[in-house]
Ligand binder design. Sequence first.
Ligand SMILES: *Cc1c(COP(=O)(O)O)cnc(C)c1O
Length: 376
Amino acid sequence: MSERPVEEVGGSVRPVAPSVFVTRTYMPPIGEYTELLRGVWERGQVTNNGPLCQELEKALLPYHGTRHVLLMGNGTITLQLAIRALDLTGEVITTPFSYVASTTAVLWERCVPVFADIAPDGFNIDPAAIEAAITSRTCAILATHVYGLPCDVEAIERIAGRHGLKVIYDAAHAFGTVHRGRPLLSYGDVSSCSFHATKIFHTVEGGSVACNDDALHERMRLMRSFGHVGDVHHVAGINGKNSEMHAAMGLVVLRHFEGILERRRVQWGRYDALLADVPVRRATVPAGTVYNHAYFPIVLPSEPALMAVVEALAGIGVLPRRYFYPSLNTLPYLTRKGQCPVAEDVAVRVLCLPLYHDLEEAWIDRICEVVSRTVR
Ligand SMILES: *Cc1c(COP(=O)(O)O)cnc(C)c1O
């Protein structure tokens, strides 16, 4: 949106400052945060795997459901670290419908992204399309649990097993989702999560890599801090660490996480009910999944309908986001694009409606009213 949203006032038009964005960072009670900072000040250790980083890593384990978790500087570096630590070379089959970081991580690690289309009527990569994209150069599958909804993890595991491929999940949206009794973050050879300020659980900037393999974990742990322990250098590493200030934020947000999940469930349910009779496609939560309600996407009948909704919402000061747009197989810097008709079609028609902890029910009602009126 380049224009400022406007509102009709007695025949004249005045700008409305946008007041509702697609997301808003959850800010915990400031006193709880400063109390942890006091300890940081007393110890004088602000980074390099300090006690708060270690405490947060331990506290995050049950949310991942894996033997190991590493706290890192951001979600993107966790994806790159996973690719690097698994020694991947060649083609990585990935989804065209995700945030751009899941493709750039593959490119940045000098692998070739090969796009497998998403399933019709869903948002996640289609196992049949994965199977069709496998060549002798394929080394791994990098799939995203889009909006925190599970990929067909069982089918993907079978395909990977049959062809000897590694599976990395970009689980940046999946924190808090439970699938078949296990955290969604526990699936795959490696699962990567983002704790960016816009995500359902956050450390301002941050991320995690989780796995069950002891040797892989050790390798990633070394790589996270330059590949050496003291004077002994084991592997070419990078700086993927996070700080005590970030860990403090994570520890405090985590205390409130059950409340965050519950609030989202209520807000999501309200959207879902109010839009039930409106001709837009909503996300469906598969049986056996306890969803984290991280996003509320709607698929409009057409791109012009989407533009009309964006404009109408701007009129009441609401800025939704075209998330994800464009389809990643169309990125201008790719040398090998490929066609993904389902993802390309969804990408031009999908909109994420505002959803965050402090969003009031009255706004949800207003937004649904505008969507409903515009689409009909
Ligand atoms: C946010 C996000 C990332 C990147 O995480 P950062 O912590 O911002 O680096 C990667 N993939 C997906 C799907 C995301 O939504």
